[in-house]
Design a protein around this ligand. Sequence first.
Ligand code: PNS
Length: 164
Amino acid sequence: MITAVCPGSFDPVTVGHVDIITRAASIFDKVYVAVLVNPKKSPLFDEQERVELLRQCTTHLDNIEIESYNGLLADFAEMKGSRIIVKGLRAVSDYEYEFQMALANRRLSPKIETVFLTTSAENMFLSSSVVKQIAGFGGDISGFVPPEVCQRIYEKMAQSDIKG
Ligand code: PNS
């Protein structure tokens, strides 16, 4: 059985994330979706909310497991007995950061291989930050996030009084 880990901060999950997770699930026998801490970001949703939103919009997949983990991605992969990390690549601008992460993870755990899936063309510009910024100014995000997530973002932003 070949398993993979699909990591991210997923704050919140977008249609781009769902696309990558769905494609990973069609390649590997099992995919562990890991909601991790990105120290460079201050999240809008807490870890449990992000896990819950991911669960709601991936009910079409029966070979994935979603959980949060407060530690290193390499340790999470080790814990799951998985040596493949799957990440989506949108544009050249993603590349340098992702390349650095892939090398760091391989140094931490030499058997880890990072596999990149190219984003679907329609999601090239999409990121959780773009979604939050549009929602923060009252724009329409219905095409960018799964319907289950859409209303939750507006509510959360209203509570937090944040503009992305
Ligand atoms: O969706 P993101 O924010 O691009 O995901 C980045 C994430 C969460 C995968 C990355 O920050 C991460 O792996 N965090 C856990 C800590 C870690 O293992 N860092 C890599 C070694 S420096």
